[in-house]
Design a protein around this ligand. Sequence first.
Ligand code: AP5
Length: 191
Amino acid sequence: MRLLIVGAPGAGKGTQATRIAEHVGVPAISTGAIFRGEMASGSELGLKVKQIMDSGELVSDEITDAIVANRLKADDVAKGWLLDGYPRKLSQVEALDGMLAEGDDLLDAVISLVVDPEELISRLLDRAQTDGRSDDNEETIRTRMQVYTEQTEPLLAVYRERGLLEEIDGMGSVDEVSARIFRVLDELAGA
Ligand code: AP5
């Protein structure tokens, strides 16, 4: 299966991506996690993206598209993958379309997690207390939300038009949300 998971900051993309990956047996690839790994290792790329990540804006397409294109060439994704946090803007949709066309591949579904704005803020502020992620502060959260609304939300209409969008209620417990997603994916797999 080739899947995307989309949602506002704090919607639960990363949490659910791990569970979906296990459920369908494909690797979950998170661009945000890749960038955080680079920052933690102190690599040149990590240093390059740190300032932009800490501001809540998006890393350039040049860097992001190249990372995804490279990752999708690895052996472990031959049978499928789940992309978490990519694409995030229309230009990245086009880039991904190009990568898919190159391998004659098709997307199976785009899972969109829908969560109330107050709940998103509360989850991120809770995480700020526990994880210390450098972009979980009020100012950066505000920017991340705005970037999502302006640049990422328009992607939903594109994938709806293509008949790929699966909107999932992301409120409730982690298990409840997983169960909703699995139901949809199991139906797709059996179809
Ligand atoms: P990214 O890592 O993708 O961050 P994000 O979109 O802001 O999303 P989060 O990781 O904050 O939230 P999530 O939806 O994954 O939720 P999670 O499961 O963690 O990107 C970070 C940055 O990297 C971007 O700002 C940008 O700079 C850069 N970047 C990444 N991709 C890029 C791209 N394609 N192009 C350019 N730049 C890019 O959950 C959040 C919290 O809620 C956790 O504490 C979790 O435990 C909790 N939680 C989850 N589900 C529930 C639930 N059901 N109930 C209660 N709590 C829950």
